[in-house]
Write a protein that binds this ligand. Structure first.
Ligand code: URP
Ligand code: ZN
Ligand code: ZN
Length: 472
């Protein structure tokens, strides 16, 4: 069915203007003033912004971790994402040492295919490098369209890879056209500090943060940046939480290295003191890297504003408080790391960022959608509002005032990390490829309608965009 979105204010990463949008066959076919289309369904967006659908570059759905499995799967997770204005996610496909990569990718297809209500792609974890892995990577890129690899520098004896693995992954990525993502924390030092804390009887959630100090993240970020420079490759640092890491990224960028940084809503609005909440409630706020002292928030906001950080991932990795976070009641090292964030990513950035004047409306669109599409091989199919792009569209009412709560959220998890937070703005309707997934704040999508996205290779030219390319 043809749809005509009328009277809204269209916002892209570069422009803000009033126009109507005609949607045909899942794509935007016309943008213009006072459009009419006989027989089209009219969607009135008066008083609303019309954004390109959000793209979340960092999710963990249906993922085994910390002796349990994340509570949200591809159905509940993508429904919650859609309520929050996200129309594409890129999820992390875990791999197992000694096993073909294609088996892991098949596992992730099986988890997602019948369940996702919005489009999705995968990043691939690289835990080891040998001739089998190197032999498979060209196929991973060409056949699966997986053009980003993830290396964990932490979680010793679980996911952690050594520096040789990181360096050789950077070299292979350069040759093949992929973007290397790192979880940058020094896992060996953390391992020592956590064992020491437990031996000394320090078992409460706050010790999760105290055994992963900012310098541990800064050191790993700097190391990864140096190795990327040495390999003349491209690097994307996930979930940047603190000034130390921002400084390492800024330094590397000032040297001309091809390095990008992502932060997450939790680091922008929550802080280390949350881990000290009584009755083990601090466990709800256990992320790696941990929440930091509050002053770091200003550094992160400034980095988003001045372009030293470019994206906002949710790092959605949800565990129930009762029955999952509980696993670490007597030992903080056993608290599953991560939290529920997929639904509130966009509203928090709009409310705390745009409404409070920390970033512009166009920066907001760039950070939540456009730049992600450019970095991860989805642009211009996704990430903007233009003729010929997928009609992934969010009709967003900026004037709604609401309170975030587990009572009203759509994630499957039993708490909300932002409980009680007042936010301005809410998606009213969300379209994926021209079809409503959320209509007047009600879910109307279909599990299995989300399509797997094969992504294009990494290109600095695309990642930067024409204007920035001309200035280097
Ligand atoms: O605590 C976190 N961030 N959990 C998710 C896994 C990861 O490290 O990204
Ligand atoms: Zn991580
Ligand atoms: Zn993550």
């Amino acid at each position: 069915m043809i749809k005509l979105i009328k009277n809204g204010i269209i916002v892209t990463a570069s422009d803000t203007f009033q126009a109507d949008i005609l949607v045909e066959n899942g794509k935007i076919s016309t943008i213009g003033s006072s459009l009419s289309a006989p027989g089209a369904e009219i969607i009135d967006a008066a008083g609303c912004f019309v954004f390109p659908g959000g793209i979340d570059p960092h999710t963990h759905l249906d993922m085994p971790f910390g002796g349990t499995v994340t509570k949200d799967d591809f159905e509940t997770g993508t429904i919650a994402a859609a309520f929050g204005g996200t129309t594409t996610i890129i999820d992390f496909c875990l791999t197992n040492k000694g096993e073909p990569l294609k088996n892991s990718i098949q596992t992730w297809h099986a988890k997602s295919k019948q369940k996702a209500v919005i489009d999705y792609g995968f990043h691939l974890m690289i835990g080891e490098i040998n001739e089998h892995v190197l032999g498979e990577l060209p196929q991973v890129i060409e056949e699966e369209g997986i053009t980003s690899f993830k290396v964990f520098m932490a979680y010793k004896n679980v996911f952690q890879a050594d520096d040789e693995t990181l360096f050789r992954t950077l070299l292979a990525a350069k040759e093949l056209g992929a973007l290397v993502m790192v979880h940058a924390e020094n896992g060996d030092v953390i391992d020592y500090l956590t064992k020491k804390a437990i031996a000394e009887g320090n078992r409460d959630p706050i010790y999760h943060a105290l055994t992963r100090p900012p310098v541990v993240e800064g050191e790993a970020t700097g190391r990864a940046a140096q190795l990327a420079g040495l390999a003349n490759s491209q690097l994307y640092v996930v979930h940047v939480s603190c000034a130390d890491a921002v400084e390492r990224i800024a330094e590397a960028r000032s040297k001309g290295f091809d390095i990008w940084g992502e932060t997450c809503p939790q680091y922008l609005v929550l802080d280390q003191s949350y881990l000290e909440k009584p009755n083990f409630e601090g466990a709800k706020y256990v992320w790696s890297p941990p929440l930091r002292e509050k002053w770091n928030q200003d550094v992160l906001w400034n980095a988003l504003k001045n372009g030293q950080l470019q994206t906002l991932g949710s790092d959605q990795c949800s565990f129930d408080f009762k029955g999952q976070k509980d696993l670490g009641r007597n030992d903080f090292t056993k608290i599953p790391n991560g939290g529920p964030t997929i639904e509130d990513r966009i509203s928090i950035l709009f409310s705390e960022g745009v409404k409070k004047g920390r970033i512009t409306l166009n920066q907001f669109v760039d950070i939540t959608s456009t730049r992600v599409a450019k970095l991860f091989g989805l642009f211009p199919k996704k990430g903007t509002i233009a003729i010929g792009t997928d009609a992934d569209i969010v009709i967003f009412d900026p004037n709604v005032v609401r309170t975030i709560s587990a009572e009203s959220h759509h994630m499957a998890v039993d708490y909300n990390a932002f409980e009680g937070m007042k936010v301005y703005g809410e998606p009213v309707s969300v379209l994926s490829k021209g079809e409503f997934v959320i209509r007047n704040k009600q879910f109307v999508g279909t599990p299995g309608s989300g399509q797997y996205l094969k992504r294009a290779k990494y290109s600095l030219h695309t990642a930067l965009g024409q204007t920035e390319m001309q200035s280097i």
